[in-house]
Design a protein around this ligand. Structure first.
Ligand code: SF4
Length: 367
């Protein structure tokens, strides 16, 4: 850890920022869309500190594993059951689908493998003659590595089941739904490193909402909240960049170019949300030989007709829309645990429920 990291964790500075926020005398709800931000808020007790300062913090649809729909998970399970080698990140295989998870499919003898990167998936494809399907999950942060892999002409037995999603459209949708009054948004640092500042500007304008792009250290998120509160108290609605040491206005042009080359925006559903315009990423025609949905269309036909329902009592949909905090779910710590998750928000390390559970407040009073 460098000197700077210590500085960004300096408790006395954090308390100074909290004092300045408290002095603004606000009573506001702010949202962020990032598991790493939520981890910082919860790990350092900043969410409780901010609550005392009049700021309620909620994590919205900011966990890629959590927002992947049951239908997409079922597609992967169906392909595993059809004899394909399905390769995925660890959290994804544990998310319960219609009839069990990918991990359950593996227990039944299907070839489901866990990897840490898409390069590992390519290595598996090179070792086998079987069809290898990579379940590609993630926002603009991970989509560039999927794009880079496809541009580099992977083995012919390799394909991608793309579940990549874009953050700006879901923010637009969330604000448009107006289910709860959100006073400001902390934009995700990692995603913003790729997409830059510009895509958020339209959203601030359209919904008259302040936004601040923030980094991940305690002082970053506290400064982010402070900057948001300052805008709120002044009646401003612009995009500010607290994380300027990593995020440039135009983003990462190389990564953006790669994504444009490989993906087209597509309307997709998110867990907890109806179809959101241009919020997904489908492979462009040039890459259709690597598109698992095209290559394995026949096997996936049955999934199109399937109906999906939420497990009884599970309130993941509302957690993902930022309507409730995890403790409000009747199953939180009472039937739903990281070791026995009912919904995806308790599976993923980026999920609001697992983060809340991890930091030991499962017995906290309901809010
Ligand atoms: S506690 Fe479990 S069931 Fe309830 S919202 Fe969280 S993940 Fe879903």
């Amino acid at each position: 850890m460098g000197m700077n990291a210590f500085r960004y964790r300096d408790r006395s500075l954090v308390n100074k920022v909290a004092k300045s926020i408290r002095e603004m005398n606000l009573n506001v709800l702010i949202m962020h869309v990032c598991g790493t931000h939520q981890d910082t808020f919860a790990r350092y007790g900043l969410d409780n500190l901010l609550k005392e300062c009049g700021v309620e913090v909620r994590q919205g649809p900011g966990c890629p594993v959590c927002v992947t729909t049951p239908r997409e998970i079922e597609e992967a399970i169906v392909l595993a059951k059809a004899g394909k080698t399905v390769v995925s990140f660890g959290d994804m295989v544990r998310v319960p689908g219609k009839n069990g998870s990918l991990l359950d499919a593996r227990a039944e003898g299907r070839d489901v493998r866990i990897v840490y990167s898409i390069e590992d998936a390519i290595a598996i494809a090179k070792e086998t003659e079987n069809d290898v399907v990579f379940l590609a999950v993630g926002f603009e942060t991970t989509a560039p590595s999927t794009a880079a892999t496809l541009v580099a002409e992977p083995p012919e037995n390799f394909s991608v089941l793309t579940c990549h999603r874009r953050i700006p459209p879901v923010l637009d949708a969330l604000l448009g739904m107006g289910e709860t009054k959100i006073d400001g948004i902390i934009d995700p640092g990692h995603v913003s490193t790729i997409i830059g500042v510009k895509p958020y500007e339209e959203i601030s304008k359209k919904h008259n909402i302040p936004q601040v792009i923030a980094g991940f250290e305690p002082l970053d998120v506290m400064m982010g909240v402070y900057m948001l509160c300052r805008q709120i108290s002044r009646g401003e609605a612009k995009v500010e960049n607290e994380y300027s040491r990593s995020v440039r206005y135009g983003g990462n042009s190389k990564a953006l170019k790669l994504m444009r080359e490989v993906f087209d925006p597509v309307d997709v559903e998110w867990r907890g949300f109806p179809k959101i315009p241009a919020s997904g990423m489908e492979l462009r025609r040039r890459f259709q030989d690597y598109d698992a949905r095209k290559i394995h269309e026949d096997e996936l036909e049955a999934v199109k007709e399937m109906e999906f329902s939420t497990p009884p009592g599970c309130r993941c949909d509302e957690v993902l829309r930022g309507l409730i905090r995890p403790q409000k779910c009747p199953l939180f710590g009472r039937g739903c645990y990281p070791s026995h998750p009912v919904g995806p928000c308790m599976v993923s390390i980026e999920g609001a429920c697992s983060i809340e559970y991890k930091y030991g407040r499962r017995m906290a009073p309901r809010v």
